[in-house]
Structure formats: C-alpha cells, structure tokens
Design a protein. Structure first.
Length: 140
C-alpha cells in the first residue's frame, strides 16, 4: 500500500491498521515511472473522477503486476481496462475465510452486515449467494 494512502485511508476502526500490518500489508514507496503513469491514468480516465490516490494505486498495481484491492466501481472499471487484476471487499472476505483468519460465523455476520447496510454499494446477489451457501448449519 502506498505510504500516504495507508495513513489517510485507514482511519476506522482504529485497530485495523495494526491488524493489517500483522497480516502482511506493508507500505511501499512510489517509483518515478509509477508517478508518471498515475498522471497518464488521471488524464485517460478523467471522466471517472478518480482521486490522486486511486491513480497512484492503479499505476503501482499495473507497473508491478500485482492485484489492486478496491471497492470503488470507477477504479475497478479503469483497472479492468488496464488489464489489472482487481479484488474487492467480498473477495477479501472470501480470502480471509479461506485462509482461516475468520470463522464461518464471522464471515456470514460480515456479509449480512454489508447486505443490510443502507449505504452499501456491493452487489446484493453476490452477498446473498454467499450468505445462503455458508449459513446452512452455522449457528450464531
């Protein structure tokens, strides 16, 4: 994760930053080529109104050929146009379950919370199908 973004984006909950560091997330410095690429991305996708941080994140992912983690629809679309692999909130939850960092009960609760959040922007059917799949036999 780009160092400036790490500090500005991870504000809540307060314990998240330390937990992500313990799980292996690390800050990186941007290379000059990535800075230049971020400016090109900003111009190319001006109509999507990507933030400077979004453009930097996409430039880093593209240059280093790594997966971009985002929940932003416009950034995801730009990344797909740039042939950058993207994972979103649901994909991250799938991964932490698969890797054993959360229980099935926590997974279902997280999905349900996302589904029931009135300001959520995640695909409802993707949430529902996972809730159905993992709820059978799960006790709260």
């Amino acid at each position: 994760m780009y160092r400036d973004s790490f500090e500005s984006e991870l504000l809540s909950p307060p314990w998240l930053k330390e937990r992500l560091i313990n799980l292996g997330i690390r800050c990186i410095d941007i290379e000059l080529i990535e800075f230049d690429l971020s400016e090109q991305i900003s111009e190319k996708y001006r109509q999507k109104h990507l933030s400077a941080e979004d453009c930097v994140a996409l430039a880093i992912a593209k240059n280093r050929k790594i997966t971009l983690m985002t929940g932003d629809k416009h950034l995801r679309e730009a990344a797909e146009c740039e042939n950058v692999k993207v994972v979103g909130t649901i994909g991250v939850l799938d991964w932490v379950l698969r890797e054993g960092h959360i229980s099935t009960v926590e997974y279902v609760r997280s999905l349900t919370s996302l589904r029931d959040n009135p300001v959520r922007r995640l695909p409802r059917e993707a949430l529902e199908s996972r809730i159905r799949k993992y709820s059978s036999g799960v006790k709260s």
